[in-house]
Ligand binder design. Structure first.
Ligand code: NAD
Length: 704
């Protein structure tokens, strides 16, 4: 397919890039563009060239599916097209609208001038994939926007409107009209002046404070907590510094060496994995792309507590009217007041206007009557986590809701099929598991019941996009993907304390691995009584499988976590800092004694191996059972719902990085400890992949 359209307007050749959706600069486009430019340069009747894209995109940048390892080497490379433009003996003007990012901006920097639409979005966001702009961007952008601005744009991966750069030398014109006509005019003016045409590479960096600016940026990056982007940020800085310290050609060489090093870095591999993983979640095997989507114009939410309020806000933020139903006037008033207060707080920080607050609140209809849900296209239940309460809610909804309405539960653990069976329309029932705070957290687990129809599933996937969530499809089981795995992770952490680690050692080891908060501090924050109540219920239903739990001893001595001033740690009033507590240590000591455990030395490495190993093992079981569709979906859940450190790319990606054989060897070692056999039993998927010398990502590719 032709990816470039060529036309002449009198003496100007206009080359339109057209490779949907965003003119990514993969080989087909580079080749067609190179040929079109050569054609214009060879045509004596052409005096100047304009290179442009579509209204939506000049170009979104490199085709990252070409990023296997080192930079794509098939000619013409991006650098060759840029070189062809820059050294042309006819003036070339880039006409930019829509997005102009990464390689797209680097291409435009190869032109002799640029004209942009005011709304065009400009940036070099490569750092967000753990790399740097490797097509000369770090060498050319500073020459046009100045060192300081370029450093900020490149090290932070900022994307800005063209209008904010109109005071720089980047654009000859920033216009609010037809960019191609404006670019043709600029191109003719350049042609009239005659050669030589200004090449960005020839511009001198005249920045008297260069060293001070570089030092300031170096200092800022040294304090950066973003371990996923840190290495890339530092390499971006060193590459940009080349514009001050090196001649252009040497600067380019250095840029290439730095990007090749980053391409091989574990951080960049992880960030690129995340990029693809977040795109892969939308592909649901067996669901046709043309599955009809139901219209969702009004949503009902039941329960105005922590979750219901946040879910309602997610809808209101996207302009979707919500009917919010509660059991009592008091709970309803409280819930509505919290929503309003949240919006007012956001407005006071300048993130939304007072008018936005009014508009959103006007879309909210509070009610005590289930009958008010009769016109809702989707109802999401967020009442107490109790099967009987939820069943009675679903019974009422079945009687009241119109035909075709989707009925969803926000349950964290309960069986969606059981809920669906209480209705006459199980195909319209599914789980929509939001994470707290629901208006902020990006993750949505969409729990597909046995009978959930493809139409209902697709409609909810599309709604998730509309409200800015990343949706991952999960099957029915206790805790779905995320909560089922986190239970194992937390239990592994508790197990380490029983064996001899101090709570602070467990937390610190996992924080050093990259979690912003260790599992025990997290337990204190969430409240230890939540797990306690679950375990009590579990003990009542399956007493033979119950075992003594160390956190129960803490709760039974009134240590509920931060809210009671003590848990695994103690807390000063009004202060969230976790302070190691000899009283907690004494409770732990007595627990060990009761169980006859002699404490042993635990290494930090072992803490990570056990806690992350528990996640990986449960993740593999979830894959075997078909609860998650692919390993990368589990990573998306963990990164967006449980703050898994991005530099490791998610638990399943990390398993591949350290090697499944190592994971298996660890699990087998833990398994051989007395009483640990069933808990640490390696998932059969891990065993079979190790036998076949395959990684999880190979397994995923083979099944795609
Ligand atoms: P919550 O106690 O804060 O709120 C529940 C609300 O539901 C209360 O305001 C209550 O008055 C109302 N309610 C109870 N029965 C009702 C009925 N029959 N009709 C109308 N309203 C009724 O609880 P929450 O934390 O918001 O949890 C709600 C659901 O979301 C639970 O299923 C929970 O497992 C799930 N969930 C919670 C979280 C979390 O972090 N809190 C995260 C994900 C999912």
């Amino acid at each position: 397919m032709q990816t470039v359209h060529y036309e002449t307007r009198d003496d100007v050749a206009v080359i339109h890039m057209n490779r949907p959706p965003v003119n990514s600069l993969g080989h087909p486009l580079r080749k067609d563009l190179h040929e079109a430019i050569a054609r214009a340069l060879a045509d004596a009747s052409v005096k100047a060239l304009v290179v442009t894209g579509t209204d939506k995109a000049f170009s979104g940048g490199a085709d990252i599916s070409e990023f296997g390892g080192p930079l794509p080497s098939t000619e013409p490379r991006l650098a060759s097209v840029i070189e062809q433009m820059e050294s042309a003996d006819k003036p070339i003007v880039a006409a930019i609208s829509g997005i102009c990012l990464g390689g797209g901006l680097e291409l435009a920097l190869g032109a002799h001038e640029r004209v942009a639409h005011v709304q065009a979005r400009i940036g070099l966001p490569e750092v967000k994939l753990g790399i740097l702009p490797g097509g000369g961007g770090t060498q050319r952008l500073p020459r046009l926007v100045g060192l300081k601005r370029a450093l900020t744009m490149i090290t932070e991966g900022l994307i800005v409107r063209a209008s904010t750069l109109s005071d720089t030398r980047l654009f000859a014109q920033v216009v609010d009209e037809d960019i191609v006509s404006a670019a043709i005019q600029t191109a003719r003016e350049l042609a009239a002046k005659g050669a030589p045409y200004r090449r960005v590479r020839d511009i001198d960096m005249d920045e008297p404070n260069a060293q001070a600016i570089l030092d300031e940026c170096r200092q800022k990056l040294a304090g950066s907590k973003d371990k996923a982007m840190q290495l890339a940020q530092q390499n971006c800085l060193e590459s940009v510094a080349g514009t001050v310290n090196l001649p252009f050609s040497k600067g380019l060489e250095q840029e290439r060496a730095l990007i090749n090093m980053l391409m091989e870095s574990s951080q960049s591999k992880a960030l690129r994995h995340i990029f693809f993983a977040e795109r892969a979640v939308t592909k649901i095997p067996g669901v046709a792309a043309d599955t009809p989507i139901r219209d969702i114009s009004r949503v009902g939410v039941i329960g105005a507590g922590t979750m219901g309020g946040g879910i309602a806000m997610s809808m209101l933020n996207a302009g979707i009217p919500v009917t919010l139903v509660e059991a009592t006037q008091q709970a309803l008033d409280r819930g509505v007041a919290i929503i309003e207060r949240n919006y007012e707080n956001t407005a006071s920080k300048g993130r939304i206007t007072a008018e936005d607050v009014q508009k959103r609140m006007a879309l909210l209809t509070p009610s005590l009557a289930y009958e008010d849900l009769s016109d809702a296209d989707l109802v999401i239940e967020a009442v107490f986590e109790d099967m009987d309460v939820k069943k009675s809610v679903f019974g009422k909804l079945d009687a009241i809701c119109k035909s075709g309405a989707i009925l969803a539960s926000n349950t964290s653990y309960l069986n969606i099929d059981e809920l669906a069976a209480t209705t006459s329309r199980p195909g319209d029932v599914l789980g929509l598991h939001f994470f707290s705070p629901a208006n902020v957290m990006k993750l949505l687990e969409i729990v597909r019941g046995d009978k959930t129809s493809n139409e209902v599933l697709t409609t909810c996937m599309s709604l998730a996009r509309r409200i800015g969530k990343i949706a991952v499809v999960a099957g029915v089981c206790d805790g779905f993907i995320g909560n089922r795995m986190v239970a194992r992770y937390t239990a592994a952490a508790h197990g380490l304390v029983v064996q001899g680690a101090a709570p602070q050692q467990v937390d610190q080891a996992l924080e050093a691995y990259g979690f912003s908060m260790g599992p025990l501090r997290m337990g204190d924050l969430a409240g230890l009584d939540i797990g306690y109540a679950t375990r009590k219920r579990y003990k009542a239903s399956a007493p033979d499988q119950w075992y003594p739990h160390i956190a129960d001893d803490l709760v039974e001595q009134g240590r509920l976590g931060q809210k009671s001033g003590s848990g695994w740690y103690r807390y000063e009033p009004g202060n969230r800092q976790a302070i190691p507590d000899p009283q907690a240590e004494e409770i732990i000591r007595q627990f060990r004694q009761r169980l006859g455990v002699s404490p042993r030395v635990v290494t930090d490495e072992e803490v990570v191996a056990r806690c992350v190993g528990a996640l990986i093992n449960e993740g593999a079981r979830i894959l075997e059972e078909g609860i998650a569709l692919r390993p990368s979906d589990i990573d998306v859940v963990y990164l967006n719902g449980y703050a898994f450190p991005r530099q490791h790319g998610g638990p399943m990606f990390y398993a591949d990085q350290i090697g499944l054989d190592k994971v298996l060897a660890d699990l087998q070692r833990f398994c051989s400890e007395p009483g640990a056999k069933s808990w640490w039993q390696p998932a059969s998927l891990i065993v079979s992949l190790v036998n076949e010398s395959k990684s999880l990502s190979q397994w995923q590719k083979e099944r795609a």
